[in-house]
Design a protein around this ligand. Structure first.
Ligand SMILES: Cc1cc2nc3c(=O)[nH]c(=O)nc-3n(C[C@H](O)[C@H](O)[C@H](O)COP(=O)(O)O)c2cc1C
Length: 122
C-alpha cells in the first residue's frame, strides 16, 4: 500500500456508516509508519439497495480521511443507489453508472499524476 500511487475504497452502508470490517482495516493501517494514507489520492464509491447509495457512509469515510491526510477525489461522487436493479449475475448493467465509474477512474489517475509531479519537485 505504501508503494501505491492511489487507493480505491468501496463500501456498503450499514446503519448509516461504513462496514466495521473496513473501519477496522483503516484503523490498523493508520498506525503504520509512515502512515500510508498521507498525501495519497483516494477514490471512493459504494452501492446499496437504498435510495442514497451509501452517501452517508462515504461522507463518514471522507471525515476519517481528514485525520489521515488522504486526498479524496471530490468529483464525480459515485453513489450507486438501488443496486439490485443495476447488476445482473454480478455484472454492472447500468450504463450511466458505468460512465460515472470510468470518470472516477480517470479523476483518480489524474490526481495520482499530479501527486507524483508534486512529490518530484519537492
Ligand atoms: C445491519 C445492516 C444495516 C444496513 N444499513 C443500511 C444503511 O444504513 N443504508 C443502506 O443504504 N443500506 C443498508 N443496509 C443494506 C446493505 O447496505 C446492503 O445493501 C444489503 O445488506 C445487501 O448487501 P449484503 O448482502 O452485502 O449485506 C444494511 C444492511 C444491514 C445488514
Amino acid at each position: 500500500m505504501l508503494e501505491a500511487d492511489g487507493i480505491v475504497l468501496v463500501s456498503p452502508e450499514y446503519n448509516y456508516g461504513i462496514s466495521g470490517v473496513l473501519k477496522n482495516a483503516i484503523d490498523w493501517l493508520s498506525r503504520m509508519t509512515p502512515q500510508p494514507f498521507a498525501a495519497k489520492p483516494v477514490a471512493l464509491f459504494g452501492a446499496s439497495m437504498g435510495v442514497l447509495g451509501t452517501a452517508r457512509a462515504q461522507y463518514q469515510l471522507r471525515q476519517t480521511l481528514v485525520f489521515l491526510d488522504g486526498r479524496p477525489v471530490n468529483k464525480p461522487e459515485v453513489m450507486i443507489a438501488q443496486a439490485q436493479n443495476k447488476f445482473a449475475d454480478g455484472k454492472l448493467t447500468d450504463e450511466a453508472t458505468g460512465k460515472l465509474l470510468a470518470d472516477l477512474g480517470a479523476a483518480l489517475a489524474l490526481a495520482c499524476r499530479q501527486a507524483r509531479a508534486a512529490a518530484a519537485v519537492k
